[in-house]
Design a protein around this ligand. Structure first.
Ligand SMILES: Nc1ncnc2c1ncn2[C@@H]1O[C@H](COP(=O)(O)OP(=O)(O)OP(=O)(O)O)[C@@H](O)[C@H]1O
Length: 776
């Protein structure tokens, strides 16, 4: 039956005849657009609708159609205004509008797990809570504004209209023959010269080649593909304007996306979009849309429908948006001039590859079916059976010219484990014997990518901008050997001794959840990032971590932060857990020493891990020019063991407090869940009895430990907290900085009271840069 509801906005023409009763075929049916991908299309090939028609039955009960007076109909079908929503019932609206609008509250970050356990209906907030939220909002807004000030991209966007006559003098970029708007943006960004990958890749891409680009972390790969995309956009929009000027009949151009950039993580996608917008700061119509999970799907669809030049997306969300949208597959096929696969080795890895493959299949450039075209041969025979009708109306195949789409692939690494994983030979873990996780050489990477990606050219251009080494030139690496159970203590030592913006990598979400309160108890500004956090909390953590107002901030993260993130001022990377593969080591370490900056990467290693790690790191450095004379020997990072000893009690107390809080929260959650389950089953719930049944011998020890932590009494915790507080007030004298100790510049007690205590003033040793600790 025609669906009146769906066509409220459009008025379908009705073929009017003299008689008021009409036959079905006399009606002005209008085709309804269908989502590009239907899950089950068997026996279904189209939908049409009609409006302004009443269905009436004659005396014999036969249905007939009757045209309805439009004005009356309009009255009849007028949609009543939606009833006002109760003030606290904003769940639906929120879902629709959910987008990142900066820091909005400072409530303890909640995970998706936690969110799921919250009651669905929002409770009315108390005045006090509202006020707290308001204050927190204002505070976070301030932090956000400060963060924005430090973001060169934002400043650039603010400046762009101020000085349109400004001269651009960038001789080093001259050979690339770039447009004025691009050069202006580069000048504003203070990028005086192109980086090696930019010099090598930009001319090749502009010449129309497919390209595989390999260059070390932080070496400017984003603009190596971003600039050619912008230049192509500028040329094609200039050509479009010419067409309009010379051909009066074409007064409207359809805006089609010219580039699709795939990113493995949400945060990287956002960063890539910002970066592209920054270089396009003087091209006002250039529009980049980011499609990532965790934020409103509808909002992203709306943005796309408003017209877009570049789409930056994570594969899962792209697939969702495009396949559920209408006409997007066709638009992508017709419009795309560039497909960029950033962090290609990650995106093509097992687990991610399926969605990328689906996307690639969608974009196949062979002949494609454009869908049914109305050729005016609609059915006139009401008795025609479905099969016959379907045959007659079969969508016509239409040949489309192959689009000139270039495929651009970028990464700092291409490693062998990738191929093995794709061949489903099982996961490679960090090798004890130092043989796995090897990085692919150029020939192997090329073969691999050729197999996986549908390049336009038979041999895409391969650019390796840093053949001499995998790691950034200004990066120093070190190793600290410590007992497996002492990693918390050594981490605390490093963060306290060398206050600077630090990223700490762990291999599990639970470690992130444990280490964050552990460090917070020790008054270190720790934030967390892992994939179980809701998207807003993820972005909020990153904002806090990168805020200029907290130059010594710490981010405890899983490998979700390992690739691509470009955060200014990160000086130290700590591998709390060893990276699982060599490429992960390269990417994690690459979050520091970016562009011209210096940085250090430190591995915390248990004695049994040291040999394997040393071997693997020397593999990563194989081929380094400077070190090719012999095997690269990873340096031990010098540690003041005396100071470590003096920090032990603090670390022990903080660990106890953090563990008991985490375990208590877990236990409460588990108890709640079990109680509900028991209620539903109508049985008595006894947590101890239940636990004794649940755990086998194997997990007994860990379980006992956890139970012990969870069973700490409130008084125990309070006592630990008081002891820790007292300890934190005391300076710790490691013996080598008497000048600082006796100077009395910092009044620790009042600093603590005012919330100003930072790790560089609660330790009684001189602040020292971690980077200066190693020889350069
Ligand atoms: N020509 C240039 N001159 C100076 N800085 C630049 C230049 N091009 C890019 N940059 C800056 O260098 C930093 C690193 O760039 P980008 O994020 O593109 O690196 P990348 O090679 O993609 O790193 P990764 O492999 O970690 O993803 C960014 O802050 C960027 O703004």
């Amino acid at each position: 039956m025609p669906n009146k509801k769906r066509s409220r906005e459009t008025e379908a023409p009705v073929k009017r005849t003299k008689k008021s009763k009409l036959l079905a075929d006399e009606l002005g049916w209008k085709e309804v657009a269908m989502p590009d991908r239907l899950d089950d299309v068997e026996g279904f090939f189209g939908l049409e609708e009609i409006e302004g028609i009443d269905v009436v039955a004659d005396e014999a009960g036969k249905l007939q159609f009757k045209s309805v007076d439009k004005s009356k109909k309009a009255k009849k079908t007028k949609v009543p205004p939606a009833p006002p929503k109760p003030a606290d019932d904003d769940t639906e609206a929120e879902d629709d509008e959910e987008e990142w609008g900066g820091i909005i509250d400072t409530e303890a970050e909640s995970t998706e797990e936690e969110a799921a356990t919250k009651p669905i209906a929002a409770k009315p907030q108390s005045e006090k809570k509202k006020k707290q939220k308001k204050d927190a909002k204002a505070k976070d807004k301030k932090v956000q504004q400060q963060a924005a000030k430090s973001n060169p991209f934002e400043t650039l966007l603010e400046d762009r209209l101020d000085d349109s006559d400004e001269d651009v003098d960038l001789p080093e970029w001259e050979t690339l023959d770039l447009s004025f708007p691009t050069l202006r943006a580069l000048a504003k960004l203070k990028f005086a010269s192109p980086t090696a990958i930019q010099s090598a890749a930009i001319p090749k891409i502009l010449a129309g080649h497919d390209l595989i680009g390999k260059a070390s972390t932080g070496s400017g790969k984003t603009l190596a593909f971003g600039i050619p995309i912008l230049e192509t956009y500028l040329k094609s929009s200039a050509a479009a304007v010419e067409v309009i000027n010379t051909d009066a009949s074409k007064n409207k151009i359809e805006k089609l996306p010219i580039a699709l950039v795939l990113s493995p993580t949400r945060e990287l996608a956002k960063q890539l979009s910002d970066h592209l917008m920054a270089v396009a700061a003087f091209v006002p119509d250039f529009k980049v849309v980011t499609l990532t999970g965790g934020l409103s799907l509808q909002k992203q669809q709306r943005l796309l429908d408003q017209g877009v030049d570049v789409i930056v997306a994570t594969p899962g969300r792209l697939w969702e948006v495009v396949s559920e949208g209408i006409g997007w597959i066709d638009k992508l096929k017709r419009g795309l001039r560039f497909l960029v696969v950033d962090e290609a080795d990650r995106l093509l890895q097992e687990g991610h590859y399926k969605e990328v493959e689906d996307t690639l299949n969608l974009l196949q450039r062979e002949e494609y079916e454009s869908g049914a075209e109305d050729d005016g041969s609609g059915s006139e025979d009401g008795d025609m059976d479905a099969a016959e009708f379907k045959k007659k109306n079969k969508p016509k195949k239409k040949k489309a010219p192959a689009p000139k789409r270039q495929t651009l692939v970028f990464s700092a690494t291409f490693h062998q484990g990738l191929q093995q994983r794709l061949a489903a030979k099982g996961k490679k873990s960090w090798p004890k014997n130092g043989t796995g996780g090897d990085l692919l050489d150029n020939k192997e990477s090329m073969e691999y990518l050729l197999k996986k990606l549908n390049f336009r050219e038979e041999s895409p251009q391969f650019v390796d901008a840093n053949p001499a080494g995998q790691m950034a030139t200004n990066l120093r690496e070190g190793i600290i050997e410590c007992g497996a159970m002492e990693k918390d203590l050594y981490l605390y030592y490093l963060l306290l001794r060398y206050p600077c913006r630090t990223l700490v990598f762990t291999n599990s979400i639970s470690s992130v959840k444990r280490l964050t309160p552990f460090l917070s108890q020790l008054q270190l500004p720790a934030n967390s990032l892992h994939s179980n956090m809701i998207q807003k909390a993820r972005l909020r953590s990153l904002e806090r971590f990168s805020s200029p107002s907290s130059p010594n901030s710490i981010l405890i993260a899983t490998d979700v932060a390992a690739r691509g993130l470009d955060i200014k001022g990160v000086e130290m990377i700590v591998h709390y857990h060893l990276p699982r593969t060599a490429d992960m080591y390269v990417h994690r370490s690459g979050r520091t020493a970016r562009s011209d900056a210096r940085g250090i990467s430190i591995l915390l290693c248990a004695p049994e891990e040291v040999m394997g790690v040393r071997r693997l790191v020397s593999k990563v450095h194989e081929g380094d020019n400077a070190k090719s004379t012999g095997k690269y020997a990873m340096k031990s990072f010098s540690v003041d063991r005396k100071l470590v000893d003096r920090l032990k009690r603090r670390a022990t107390l903080s660990k106890k407090i953090a563990d008991s809080t985490v375990e208590k929260a877990k236990k409460n959650k588990e108890d709640d869940w079990l109680k509900t389950a028991a209620d539903e089953l109508g049985v008595e719930y006894d947590s101890e009895e239940f636990n004794s049944l649940k755990v086998g011998k194997k997990g007994q020890r860990g379980k006992q430990k956890r139970e012990k932590a969870a069973s700490a009494s409130k008084d125990d915790i309070e006592a630990w907290k008081a002891e820790l507080k007292a300890l934190l007030k005391q300076k710790i004298n490691s013996g080598f900085s008497e000048r600082y100790l006796t100077s009395g510049i910092v009044n620790i007690a009042s600093a603590l009271m005012n919330g100003e205590a930072m790790h560089d003033n609660i330790i009684g040793v001189e602040k020292k840069s971690v980077i200066d600790e190693v020889t350069w």
